[in-house]
Design a protein. Structure first.
Lengths: 225, 317
């Protein structure tokens, strides 16, 4: 499990003052690697820091572990505010062929993916807004399923009759799709060009907002507005 | 008979304003001109920040809202001020804020701080501002501390803080603006930090060169850009102060007329936050009592309804 109870960390000799500097560093590296290996979700800096000495730089430590993994098919990557072991992207084909049931997302339906994408780009969005975007009713089941996968969570209530919930994506969503931030989502324009979405169908969250832009602009274009 | 005017109480007349000659009107071509304006503007703002006005909390949070609005625009998001306010005030309990609401949270945290951020804070800030973490960010803390202790004029220390962020991660522009504001407040020795530069990110006067590109943190003209942003931001902030002071004065005047037992609590909120939800309740204030109270306050012209809606109303100075 990723979450070691605090009291254990308290008993742990983190400073390792008895060891020569080189061995200390080696021991810290092993510890961090062990924690990451055993964890099922990204491990935060805060937690790793409790495993090692006060003066130890987690970033340098991870860099060293990472360079030792150079020849291996997996690596330590930074996702959604923590670190995690990941197989390298070039092995994706092999893993797909092996069809290892690694994550529940293997079973996501097309509608679920579509709704998830709509939320990612239009959050915070209500079920009503999402229905408008994808052009058909988004059922509570789909929302429930995405919630169950922990890809979405409730956002602020929308100021409409009935105060419906809006939905926003979670950290888990970023982790799963290997995004560090929402800014890493492909630009909407690129998706439009690829014919994957129809810009006209995509209604913004606030249709009463005169400043609403029909699409996202890239930073330089924005400068010339 | 000349009726004595009572619309502008004396203390409001005395509120500092940035002198007209220090507010840039057109392109500023020299660093000296910019620095001169910034110095004059900061003097006025400094006086305002150091008054013991009871509405400074509301003032700072409204500046945070403006900075957050400019920031979300920079991210390419479409939320305007009203949408950000909704995200913040219509959230309940454990609801997530969403990406735009998170940006507002980041600026509100600045507006409530009185000490420099630590490594952990910078890390959560990066998440809130939608910026990928870069390990070098940890060094920023030290650099910020050095800059705030340096003898550089505040705007230039702020510009250097922004540059320090940008050299480490060119995509971290919002964090750069946030840090610049943080260092500015630190160098000014303000008891509580004030979002100022962040409110001016898109000001037309911060565009330089033939192609009128926005000055980015870390660029050659950024020092001048910060000076201009300081002058413009301080002028806006002082103006906002005058508006809020007048509104606060009205509110204080009607206070004795309010019969609700919880009125003091509501007023305290109004003085200390950008807005208060119309459904604000406390142990002693029911939903209905709260609604009546706000309706009465609007009727007395002591607060404004900020959302413009008939439902889910938000009230503020």
């Amino acid at each position: 499990m990723a979450r070691l109870p605090r009291e254990h960390a308290g008993l742990l000799d983190t400073e390792l003052n008895g060891l020569p500097q080189e061995l200390r560093w080696r021991e810290w590296m092993l510890r961090v690697e062990a924690v990451l290996f055993a964890a099922s979700e990204p491990v935060s800096r805060e937690l790793l820091a409790r495993m090692v000495g006060r003066e130890c730089s987690i970033d340098l430590l991870i860099e060293d572990i990472s360079s030792e993994l150079a020849g291996r098919p997996y690596d330590i990557v930074r996702v959604a505010g923590g670190w995690q072991f990941r197989t390298r992207p070039r092995h994706a084909d092999v893993l797909q062929a092996a069809a290892s049931p690694t994550t529940p997302s293997a079973h996501m339906t097309e509608t679920e993916m579509l709704v998830l994408a709509a939320i990612a780009y239009h959050q915070p969005a209500t079920r009503g807004t999402l229905s408008d975007i994808i052009g058909r009713e988004v059922s509570r089941d789909v929302i429930g399923r995405l919630r169950e996968l922990n890809f979405i969570a409730s956002g602020p209530r929308a100021p409409q009759a009935g105060a419906p919930y809006t939905y926003v994506t979670t950290k888990r969503f970023l982790e799963h799709f290997s995004l560090e931030t929402l800014g890493d989502l492909p630009a909407i324009e690129a998706l439009e060009d690829a014919g994957l979405i129809d810009a006209v169908a995509a209604t913004p969250f606030r249709d009463d907002d005169p400043a609403s832009m029909p699409r996202m602009l890239d930073p330089d274009e924005r400068d010339l507005e | 008979m000349v009726k004595k005017t009572d619309s502008i109480p004396p203390q409001i007349v005395e509120l500092p304003r940035v002198p007209v000659w220090a507010i840039p009107r057109g392109a500023v071509d020299s660093d000296i001109d910019a620095a001169y304006a910034a110095g004059a503007a900061l003097t006025a703002l400094d006086q305002l920040v150091r008054t013991d006005a009871d509405w400074l909390g509301a003032w700072r949070h409204r500046l945070a809202l403006k900075a957050a609005t400019a920031s979300t625009k920079l991210m390419g998001r479409r939320e305007n001020e009203a949408a950000l306010r909704d995200a913040w005030y219509l959230r309940q309990g454990t609801d997530e804020l969403g990406p735009a609401g998170d940006v507002l949270l980041a600026w509100r945290r600045l507006a409530a701080r009185s000490s420099p951020p630590d490594a952990e804070m910078v890390e959560t800030l990066a998440v809130q501002l939608g910026i990928a973490w870069s390990p070098e960010f940890e060094d920023i803390i030290e650099e910020v501390a050095e800059l705030s202790a340096s003898s550089l004029p505040a705007p230039f220390a702020a510009a250097q803080a922004a540059a320090a962020v940008m050299t480490r991660q060119p995509k971290a522009e919002l964090l750069a603006w946030w840090m610049a504001d943080c260092v500015l407040s630190m160098r000014m020795r303000w008891p509580i930090y004030t979002p100022l530069l962040g409110t001016q990110i898109h000001a037309p006067l911060l565009r330089f060169g033939d192609d009128r590109l926005r000055a980015r943190p870390g660029s050659a003209e950024f020092g001048r850009a910060v000076c201009i942003a300081v002058a413009l931001g301080a002028a806006d902030a002082c103006k906002l102060g005058v508006t809020l002071a007048a509104q606060a004065e009205k509110l204080r005047k009607v206070e004795p007329k309010l019969r609700s037992k919880s009125a003091a609590q509501v007023l305290d909120r109004l003085f200390n936050d950008d807005a208060v939800s119309g459904s604000f309740t406390t142990k002693t204030l029911s939903r209905w009592a709260s609604r009546r109270l706000f309706e009465r306050l609007v009727q007395l012209d002591a607060v404004r309804e900020l959302s413009g809606r008939d439902t889910f109303k938000l009230y503020g100075l």
